[in-house]
Write a protein that binds this ligand. Structure first.
Ligand code: GLN
Length: 149
């Protein structure tokens, strides 16, 4: 699991400690990887103008800070059909948005304006918000269902 945070710092440190190559190898061998918020940026293949290396695991274009500055952070109830009928309460903290998904990517949730905020590609999961900050375990259960790889 790649948590939120500043993707610039995550990328810089991951490159410094040689984690990116290992992560690519393990992911290619089937290890599930879930990136939330800054972590979703880190696992995306395409992030325009990102100043540091990224793991580039998932066929997504991700736009950083797509909803504005820290004070523009917000919460929203998402319709996530893959998790059932009950909406998922999502916390967005200076969040990114997924601007493009590749042909093998399944979109799991969008905002009312059409922004993609959760997606899955095989054993890769990207969420633009922070499911660890609410008590709803359904995204965690979905991820556990990917298996051990
Ligand atoms: N704004 C951060 C970035 O662009 C992500 C914020 C977060 O992970 N909550 O890297």
């Amino acid at each position: 699991m790649i948590p939120g945070g500043e993707s610039t710092t995550i990328g810089k440190l991951a490159a410094h400690y040689g984690i990116i190559e290992k992560l690519r190898e393990r992911s290619a061998a089937g290890m599930p990887v879930w990136g939330t918020c800054g972590g979703a940026i880190f696992i995306a293949r395409d992030v325009p103008l990102h100043p540091h290396p990224l793991a580039e695991l998932m066929d997504l274009t991700v736009e950083r800070n797509a909803f504005g500055r820290q004070v523009d952070s917000f919460e929203a109830d998402l319709d996530v059909p893959a998790l059932g009928a009950r909406p998922f309460h999502a916390i967005f903290i200076r969040a990114p948005r997924i601007a493009r998904v590749g042909p093998d990517v399944e979109v799991l949730a969008t905002l009312d304006d059409g922004s993609i905020v959760a997606a899955k590609q095989g054993r890769l999961l990207a969420t633009a918000f922070h499911p660890e900050l609410t008590g709803d375990p359904r995204f965690h259960e979905l991820f556990l269902g990917f298996g051990a790889g």
